[in-house]
Design a protein around this ligand. Structure first.
Ligand code: NAD
Length: 271
């Protein structure tokens, strides 16, 4: 099985590539990475693996020519490529609409044209929005609350339309928050650690009591491999860990581990 990993130079895509390089995914014969190498990418995370089994194509998923080229000879496409930082989506939503919605449409159309065997869309649990109590399942109401999550939902709708209209074999995953090596410093855990190391304050939105669920990026890569192998046509799968913590308690835990006081926290107005 030949797999295209879009966004494979980013945090989670590169973790998938790294796990493949470490022979964790025996059913996959080769991996091709397509990545636009935006500010969020880290090419050094995959450069060391490039060779016979792992190749790289520099390009944008919104570019039709690039999409066709990247998909040629491929069996399964896993679309990790996206603009991913919620704060940036509030400042500049256009980029998110283009990458996370238009880009998915371009990839899907090329997938349909070449007769791709399976298309896996990496989406997010952020499409559910907020709940006061309990947890979501795949049939819960969708209520994205930021341009980021709305653009990801828009991508999902395109995926489902290609399943319903053309019978393309599509699967969607909605993961909770990931953490692990190689995450960009703009995200909560690396930002907290690096700010402390640089003697900067840690910004906390609102009262910090929002609860998030966390999953290690290697576990996400393993779950994605299972979806590649066994995900059913047209289905959506939540990927979670059951490990939940409020932002403020997570930050306090990091402060404790790094032997720092809570005076390093700075509360700021919610997004
Ligand atoms: P990231 O920002 O670290 O990496 C994204 C990668 O995509 C980068 O390498 C970037 O260069 C590439 N990219 C962006 N736009 C592109 C385009 N138009 N064409 C080609 N490449 C492009 O993101 P991440 O945290 O690794 O997230 C990967 C995927 O997982 C995203 O689709 C995201 O929505 C989803 N997701 C992330 C989390 C999380 O906690 N990080 C949780 C759930 C779902």
């Amino acid at each position: 099985m030949k797999v295209l990993i879009t966004g494979g130079a980013g945090f989670m895509g590169s973790t998938f590539v790294e796990q493949f390089a470490a022979n964790q995914f025996p059913e996959i014969e080769s991996v091709r990475v397509l990545d636009a190498l935006t500010y969020a990418s880290n090419f050094t995370r995959i450069e060391k693996f490039l060779g016979k089994r792992i190749s790289f194509q520099h390009g944008d998923i919104t570019d039709e020519r690039m999409a066709f080229k990247a998909l040629s000879g491929i069996d399964i496409c896993v679309n990790y490529a996206a603009e991913t930082h919620v704060d940036n989506s509030i400042i500049d939503p256009n980029k998110f609409v283009i990458a996370n919605s238009v880009g998915v449409g371009v990839l899907l159309n090329a997938s349909k044209e070449i007769g791709l065997k399976k298309f896996v869309q990496i989406s997010t649990d952020e499409v559910y929005g907020e709940i006061k109590k309990g947890e979501w399942n795949e049939n819960s109401i969708i209520n994205p609350r930021s341009p980021y999550s709305a653009s990801k939902m828009s991508g999902e709708l395109m995926v489902n339309s290609f399943y319903a209209t053309y019978g393309l074999n599509t699967v969607i995953t909605r993961s909770c928050n990931n953490f692990g090596p190689g995450q960009h410093r703009e995200k909560l855990i690396p930002k907290t650690i690096l700010n402390l190391l640089e003697n900067k304050k840690i910004p906390v939105y609102g009262n910090g009591k929002n609860i998030r669920e966390w999953l290690h990026s290697v576990d996400h890569a393993r779950a994605t491999y299972q979806v590649i192998l066994h995900g059913k046509k047209g289905r959506t799968y939540n990927i979670g860990s059951g490990k939940r913590v409020s932002n403020i308690n997570l930050i306090k835990r990091i402060l404790k581990l790094m032997n720092r006081s809570e005076s390093n926290i700075e509360f700021i107005e919610d997004r």
